[in-house]
Design a protein around this ligand. Structure first.
Ligand code: PRP
Length: 206
């Protein structure tokens, strides 16, 4: 039995479709279905539906053998796991974004609102720019609108959220996509199953 941590939300459906297409069916939960563990009918695989930002923790600690996680979370939290494959889904960019018409005051400390303090901190450190991080959990775009921050560091996919809030991307920091990851000891002890899944997904991508 292989335990798989799947991200709920945006990319969840695409990930389930990939696993179903390679023969590891993952039933789609109905809107009323609150189950967090879904086992396939032949008992070979068990899916855990977890918050995308928690996938790395489940896999690092061995609660799940493999998982699918965004490169943003991998770079931000650096879980001790193997990164096996780029799934080429959930593509977006980590960007510095600003309010339309904004100009930076280079003489003052830059206030940066973000869900990704590590990524934002490393980026501005590389520029030698002094910043203050304002850590938020969501709706980051509100921060510059309300004067809570000067800029935001956040994910931009379609750009719609930015446009609808009179913001725009200023600099791309990092391209993001979903990655297949594995627990290090599972990768040794369940190598056949994990390599089989990796090979089948690679084949599917061709
Ligand atoms: C993410 C991100 C942006 C939005 C970008 O938020 O933080 O707000 O998606 O997508 P777009 O470019 O397609 O508009 P998410 O939907 O995960 O919600 P959150 O605000 O709770 O973080």
């Amino acid at each position: 039995m292989l335990n798989v941590a799947l991200p709920k939300g945006r990319i969840g459906k695409k990930v389930r479709e990939i696993f179903s297409a390679i023969g590891y069916e993952c039933e789609e939960p109905t809107p009323d279905d609150r189950r967090l563990v879904i086992e396939n009918s032949d008992g070979t695989i068990r899916y855990f539906l977890v918050k995308p930002s928690d996938v790395g923790i489940y896999v690092e600690r061995g609660a799940a053998d493999i998982g699918v996680v965004g490169k943003d979370t991998l770079v931000e939290t650096e879980p001790d796991v193997y990164e096996l494959l780029d799934l080429d889904i959930g593509k977006c960019n980590m960007c510095v974004c600003v309010k339309d018409g904004y100009t930076e005051d280079k003489d003052s400390v830059l206030r940066v609102a973000t869900k990704y303090p590590h990524i934002a901190g490393a980026y501005y450190k590389s520029l030698n720019r002094e910043i203050e991080i304002i850590k938020l959990s969501g709706s980051i775009e509100l921060a510059p609108l309300l004067g809570l921050s000067d800029v935001i560091v956040d994910i931009v996919e379609t750009g719609t959220t930015l446009r609808e809030n009179h913001l725009h991307p200023e600099t791309k920091i990092l391209p993001i996509s979903a990655r297949l990851i594995a627990n290090k000891s599972s990768y040794r002890f369940k190598s056949e199953e994990i390599e089989n899944i990796t090979a089948k997904i690679k084949e599917l991508k061709k």
